[in-house]
Design a protein around this ligand. Structure first.
Ligand SMILES: C[S@@+](CC[C@H](N)C(=O)[O-])C[C@H]1O[C@@H](n2cnc3c(N)ncnc32)[C@H](O)[C@@H]1O
Length: 213
């Protein structure tokens, strides 16, 4: 991909602010952008902002009048993200909500989201997907990052909370009749990982959403 000054300056600002370089890789950012455009997303929800790198990719995919809400627990990360987004001319398109996602998700209102990107604390992934189902409509798409982890997801007895959280996520999604889903592996500059990719198929009766624990 050709160099992109806006995205590169966001990554530089993140590094200068001491943020960890755990943003999505550029090829994954582009995939998020394409996916948002393919589904014609007008409203996007992101859980896990960091410095707003994936947020920039997603916000750029929105049509005029579109909206992105991104949830971030760390006020310092949120501040860096706001600055990056403002520099990109996307400050009015994106709302950065500060707080633990389990606290901010219940405050969300408005029309359903067309796309939800989940990339925060992995141990809560199953609960985040339950919230995503509540906040979307049939046809919406839900993406969860880091579900392969160099294949470590196959370790059924792992005591790593990220692996356990991700395995619980797969179990919850498999038992959720309102979703059709699969996992895709991704390889990029940040190694071998993958996404859970789900489509909301109905708002009918389903498994009860787990409440914040
Ligand atoms: C992997 S980074 C997000 C990367 C970002 N999506 C990107 O690709 O540029 C995860 C972020 O989630 C935030 N986070 C962790 N736990 C959270 C929680 N409970 N609620 C909201 N944000 C959380 C972290 O502070 C961190 O900024």
């Amino acid at each position: 991909m050709p160099p992109d000054p806006v995205l590169e300056s966001a990554l530089r600002a993140n590094a200068a602010a001491g943020l960890p370089a755990i943003d999505v890789a550029p090829n994954q950012g582009k995939l998020l952008y394409l996916l948002a455009q393919m589904v014609g997303a007008r409203r996007i929800l992101e859980i896990g902002t960091l410095g707003g790198y994936s947020t920039l990719w997603l916000a750029r995919a929105l049509p005029s009048g579109g909206k992105l809400i991104t949830l971030e627990a760390d006020p310092r990360h949120a501040e860096v993200a706001r600055t990056n987004l403002a520099r990109a001319g996307l400050g009015d398109v994106v709302d950065v909500l500060v707080g633990r996602a389990l606290d901010t998700l219940p405050t969300l209102s408005g029309p359903p989201f067309d796309l939800v990107f989940i990339d925060a604390d992995k141990s809560n992934n199953a609960t985040y997907v339950a919230w995503a189902v509540r906040l979307t409509r049939p046809g919406s798409v839900i993406v969860v990052d880091n579900v392969i982890r160099q294949g470590r997801i196959l370790d059924a007895v792992s005591d790593d909370p990220n692996i356990r959280g991700t395995r619980s996520l797969f179990e919850a999604v498999a038992a959720e009749p309102r979703l059709e889903a699969t996992a895709i592996q991704t390889v990029g500059s940040k190694g071998h990982d993958g996404w859970l990719l789900a489509r909301v198929v109905s708002r009918g009766p389903g498994v009860d959403c787990s409440e914040p624990s």
